[in-house]
Write a protein that binds this ligand. Structure first.
Ligand SMILES: [Zn+2]
Ligand SMILES: [Zn+2]
Length: 143
């Protein structure tokens, strides 16, 4: 399988976009940061070490990463687009704290099974699934 770096370069070449140092830095930062960051959060993380990289560049590069299939876009009800590595076949689910925005990922074979069953019951084949559960995290409950 092609590496993420190869995938990135191939996508840029195909769309006549240059492999710039800034784009490369943003890709590396995305891959080494915690999951579910917005473009703005990634920009803030980058700013200290790379003050020459502007928010617009981070924003556009994250769009490129999403279009190329390297990143998956997620929306968790706060109007922010968040990104996580797109690992294709895995299907994890999300718990989102409505107070502090903390996001927990989990996997659950029983949920997988139930979603598969629901699709089959309607004669659908299942391509991907998405589940978000909103509530309050343990920290916020104890405030
Ligand atoms: Zn919380
Ligand atoms: Zn996730």
């Amino acid at each position: 399988m092609a590496s993420v770096q190869d995938q990135f370069r191939a996508y840029l070449a195909k769309h006549n976009l240059k492999v710039t140092r800034q784009r490369q830095i943003i890709l590396d930062a995305f891959l080494s940061s915690p999951s579910h960051l917005s473009a703005e959060e990634l920009y803030i993380r980058l700013r200290k070490k790379h003050p020459n990289i502007g928010y617009a560049t981070v924003y556009r590069t994250m769009k490129i990463l999403a279009e190329s299939g390297i990143a998956a876009e997620r929306h968790f009800g706060d109007r922010q687009t968040r990104y996580e590595p797109n690992t294709g076949e895995d299907h994890h689910y999300h718990l989102i704290c409505e107070e502090c925005g903390n996001i927990v990922e989990f996997e659950d074979l029983q949920i997988d099974f139930l979603l598969q069953k629901a699709a089959s019951a309607h004669d659908y084949t299942l391509s991907h699934r998405r589940l978000e559960i909103y509530g309050r995290c343990p920290k916020c409950q104890n405030k």
